[in-house]
Design a protein around this ligand. Structure first.
Ligand code: FE2
Length: 552
């Protein structure tokens, strides 16, 4: 019996009304209840015994290699392209005139957001585990560790803990060892990787503090720390100072000062789906590397060249010019997000219906008369008025939340633009059916036909206006960085980190990027196991994006 072929998913359509509704529901539940009601699972997880995992003796004669990828389980093309590159036994990277030779890691650390759009066991299996299983088929399997990001937390960690915290299960044929959602790795040359779980921006829980205290008690004074955290708080607090929660910053500060009694030399994170490396005068590295599969975030907005905490941007991928150029794709919004049309078809049809309810046949012909009749209806009819208020409030709610004035002004303008467009579409539909088709105004056929025209035009015009609004927001005001790029569903410019500890104790961090991931794949057999290989001549090979060395 032939095995069922793995389903190759496309990138998540964030503007698909079903995804929007389900994501909104899960985020609301997680934010309202999740922060307080996860104690049963967390206590169960915290009661699992776990020490640090010791890889310090596995160095052998050569260097010790490990990989770090974050924000991974999205579309097949991007997720598998990264998984396949990680799994290659050796990878030569062109760097100017020379070639950097790298090796597959003994460890693979996932930095958060292991699945999109929301966690469930089946989504983890299809979007994340299957690509990695096929990538490692017939190749050496690393040990896998993971911390959860916000998307893993939306079901209070139920699916994440079953996938990554059950060593008897493993992941994609790789061994997993952690039994909690946080862990410590003792690496060669006295480097320690400490992976921290901060739930949905919450503070450290007591069992986690106790765990890291126990780990700290086994470190000597020369130990050097690498922190893995779920978010680049150093970027977020800089970009959105009035609204930032300082929990992560204060949590890592607490760990540095009260638990480990030393400063971390490297911070690794994802959450923002690009690569940026910041460095301060002491040479501390803060690295955001969220390019493991999910849609690309813009690198040009918000600006992060010099952060207020003194950290300077040393490397970025993709470059800001490319990022700025990609914003133009928002004019293709209706084609990139076809399912968004359903939502706008409904909004436009309802708006036009309510606006035209009190129109007389004689009002239809003349635009100013029709407009004044619609405004009259909006003021005098409570249902009509409530609908308009709800629409404006809804758009203000959707607007980038980090600056209140922009939220109200931008949201209200955006809503009024749609309402004006809905009126024009509805009015034109009436005009065409009454004047063009000569149908009797108010007849069933005329109403149905004008309704159909409004629905079809609404499904095209509404998403186009949203794309225009997102373009203006990101391009001119630098707002809506997530919404104006999740709309583009860009699967290219993917990236991960490869790290090496050499015999002298020097830690080298390679950032490796793939400019264009393959679109076509061929199923094949490697080492007796099914896998896939790229079959796309336009795809890019992995290349070195950045490299930094920290002496031990
Ligand atoms: Fe993410």
């Amino acid at each position: 019996m032939s095995e069922q072929k793995p389903r190759r998913r496309s990138m998540v359509g964030w503007y698909d009304p079903r995804v929007l509704a389900h994501s909104g529901y899960q985020v609301a539940i997680a934010n309202v209840f999740g922060r307080h009601s996860d104690t049963r699972l967390i206590e169960a997880l915290a009661s699992q015994p776990q020490n640090e995992f010791d890889y310090s003796a596995t160095q052998g004669p050569g260097d010790f290699w490990f990989d770090y990828a974050s924000d991974i389980g999205d579309g097949w093309n991007s997720t598998f392209a990264i998984a396949d590159a990680i799994a290659q036994p050796t990878l030569d990277l062109k760097s100017g005139d020379s070639v950097e030779q790298t090796r597959a890691g003994k460890l693979l650390v996932f930095g958060g957001d292991e699945v999109y759009p929301y966690p469930s066991r089946s989504e983890y299996v299809v979007r994340t585990e299957t690509p990695y299983k096929l990538a490692f088929a017939g190749r050496t399997h690393p040990d896998v560790f993971a911390i959860p990001g916000n998307h893993d937390w939306y079901d209070s960690l139920v699916a994440f803990s079953r996938i990554f915290c059950r060593p008897e299960r493993g992941f994609a044929g790789c061994a997993t060892r952690q039994t909690r959602s946080y862990f410590a790795l003792k690496l060669p040359a006295n480097w320690w990787l400490l992976a921290i779980d901060l739930q949905l921006g919450a503070d450290l829980d007591e069992p986690q503090v106790q765990y890291f205290q126990k780990v700290a008690s086994r470190m000597d004074s020369a130990a050097q720390l690498i922190f893995c955290v779920p978010e680049p708080r150093w970027i977020l607090e800089d970009a959105y100072p009035r609204h930032a929660s300082y929990e992560e910053q204060s949590s890592t500060l607490f760990l540095e000062e009260e638990v480990f009694k030393r400063k971390a030399r490297v911070f690794l994170t994802g959450d923002l789906h690009f690569y940026k490396r910041h460095e301060n005068a002491e040479g501390v590295q803060k690295i955001t590397a969220g390019g493991g599969g999910a849609f690309l975030h813009p690198t040009h907005a918000p600006a992060t060249k010099l952060l207020r905490n003194g950290f300077e941007q040393r490397a970025v991928y993709p470059d800001e010019k490319t990022s700025r150029r990609l914003t133009w794709r928002n004019f293709l919004f209706p084609f990139l997000n076809p399912k968004a049309g359903w939502l706008y078809a409904f909004l436009y049809a309802m708006s036009a219906w309510l606006a035209s309810a009190s129109l007389e046949a004689s009002d239809v012909i003349d635009l100013p008369t029709a407009l004044s009749a619609a405004i009259n209806a909006a003021i005098r009819d409570p249902l009509n008025g409530m609908w308009l208020v709800t629409i404006v409030a809804g758009f203000i709610f959707f607007t980038d939340t980090h600056i209140r004035s922009w939220r109200v002004a931008g949201g209200a303008c955006h809503a009024l633009l749609h309402l004006a467009a809905a009126f024009m579409v509805g009015w034109w539909a009436l005009l065409v059916t009454v004047r063009g088709f000569d149908l009797y105004y108010g007849s069933m056929v005329q109403l149905l036909l004008s309704g159909l025209i409004t629905v079809v035009l609404g499904a095209i015009v509404g998403p186009f206006i949203l794309g225009f609004y997102l373009f203006v927001s990101i391009r001119i005001f630098g707002r809506h960085s997530t919404e104006a790029f999740s709309s583009l569903r860009i699967q290219d410019f993917k990236q991960w980190l490869r790290l090496r500890i050499d015999a002298a104790g020097t830690l080298t961090i390679y950032s490796i990027g793939i400019d264009r991931v393959p679109r076509r794949w061929r199923t094949t057999i490697r080492g007796g196991e099914e896998t896939a290989v790229a079959d796309d001549r336009r795809a890019s090979v992995p290349r070195l994006v950045d490299k930094v060395e920290l002496r031990g």
